[in-house]
Ligand binder design. Structure first.
Ligand code: PLP
Length: 384
């Protein structure tokens, strides 16, 4: 069989994955500091969430490419709660933000075109872009008393093939919210080079400070596409519901094209769309639990790190992760393997585009006792 070049991946199990699998299979203890699945972190989900799937209207098949109007209105209600007026005609439903990205890449890029994304960042982008024959260009985030965008770094990375700048607001894993001055600088680049802005707001509601504003409000003279979904805002990744909100110049034309892309797949199912209003409206219950967990684990992390001066937590403003600076004495892969032998499972920073030595990422989502144990093993390793 002749395979496409775009699927020419190395699918061999990595050394880290293998070591983790063997340790779990051997029944040895592993405190998991990588947990990112909210359905498996001991949160209480109301049983009524499932009743919402029993709406009898879902027995009718009404193939609406942008999604059922009632479901799109629920998305608008979410933005109204954030003080942003979004009309249902601006919304296209998708089964995941991954699918939303894929729709946007196909809307904006021909094969070989490029999208600019800050690094460190979410590792799935490489795969998503590759599957749509799009090149991912990286522009570094810099760390200086907190993470920041380097607008000159973005400018240098732009080429004639660049079609869009992508942001994650707040970023995964750095927890960096795009500040108004950064948004203005990137908006200026979009206007100058005729680029669109794609903003992933899946963690928008998980800020540690004041409520952050949504890019769905738009930006003068810039086509802005916001993507978000239930995975994080309602802690329901299994329900497979997400969306794109389009604003700015030519949003109407963009939406017409997105409608054709969506019509080609019609991937949304009816029960989920009818349930969406209840899930969006009921998001507070799970968000409160997640916020309390993340805040408690962050306090615990700092408490233990106070006794481990070799490890520093970088500033974070939101999201579910913390980035740790560790002594850059060797490849982080070896450190992660050693930590696994000691009983804690963490992610090396290079998974997220950080340098190969000196960086770890821990999830703040896991259950408190497991988290405390895992951080204890980690700090113990660095204080010996
Ligand atoms: C920044 C970011 N965007 C999107 C997603 C995935 O969302 P979905 O399940 O809607 O594809 C994740 C998942 O971790 C993420 O970290």
């Amino acid at each position: 069989m002749r395979f496409s070049k775009r699927t020419d991946w190395n699918t061999e199990e990595s050394e880290l994955a293998r070591a983790h699998r063997l340790r779990v299979a051997a029944g040895l203890p592993v405190a998991d500091l990588t947990a990112s699945n909210p359905t498996r972190c001991g949160f209480a989900f109301a049983p009524e969430l499932l009743s919402a799937l029993g709406d009898a209207r879902a027995l009718d098949y009404d193939p609406q490419p942008r999604g059922l109007a009632e479901a799109r209105r629920a998305v608008c209600a979410y933005y109204a709660d954030h003080g942003v007026a979004v009309g249902p005609e601006q919304v296209v439903l998708t089964t995941s933000t991954s699918e939303a990205y894929s729709f946007l890449f196909r809307l904006l890029c021909d094969p070989g075109c490029a999208i600019l994304a800050p690094q460190p960042g979410y590792p799935l982008f490489d795969f998503l872009a590759g599957l749509d024959d799009v090149l991912l260009q990286n522009a570094p985030l810099v760390y200086d008393q907190g993470w920041q965008i380097d607008p000159e770094g973005f400018r240098r990375a732009i080429t004639p093939r660049t079609r869009a700048i992508m942001l994650v607001h707040p970023n995964n894993p750095t927890g960096h919210f795009t500040k108004p001055w950064e948004a203005e600088a990137l908006g200026g680049l979009c206007r100058e080079f005729d680029l669109s802005l794609i903003v992933d707001e899946v963690f928008l509601d998980y800020g540690f400070g004041e409520e952050a504003s949504s890019f769905a409000a738009g930006m003068e003279g810039v086509p802005v596409f916001v993507v978000s979904g239930l995975s994080k805002i309602a802690g329901l990744p299994q329900m497979k519901a997400a969306w794109i909100v389009a604003t700015g110049p030519e949003a109407g034309a963009a939406l017409e094209r997105l409608e054709v892309i969506a019509d080609t797949f019609l991937s949304m199912n009816a029960p989920v769309q009818w349930a969406l209003p209840a899930w969006i409206e009921g998001r507070g219950g799970i968000q409160e639990q997640i916020k309390a967990r993340v805040a408690a684990n962050l306090v615990e992390l700092d408490r233990q790190l106070a006794a481990a001066p070799m490890v520093n937590r970088l500033q974070t403003e939101g999201g579910w992760y913390a980035v740790l600076r560790i002594p850059a004495l060797g490849p982080d892969e070896q450190t992660v393997l050693r930590l696994l032998e000691l009983g804690v499972w963490v992610q090396p920073g290079y998974f997220f585009g950080m340098p190969p030595s000196g960086w770890l990422v821990v999830s703040l989502l896991g259950e408190e006792e497991e988290f405390r144990t895992g951080v204890g093993v980690l700090t113990g390793h660095f204080t010996r």
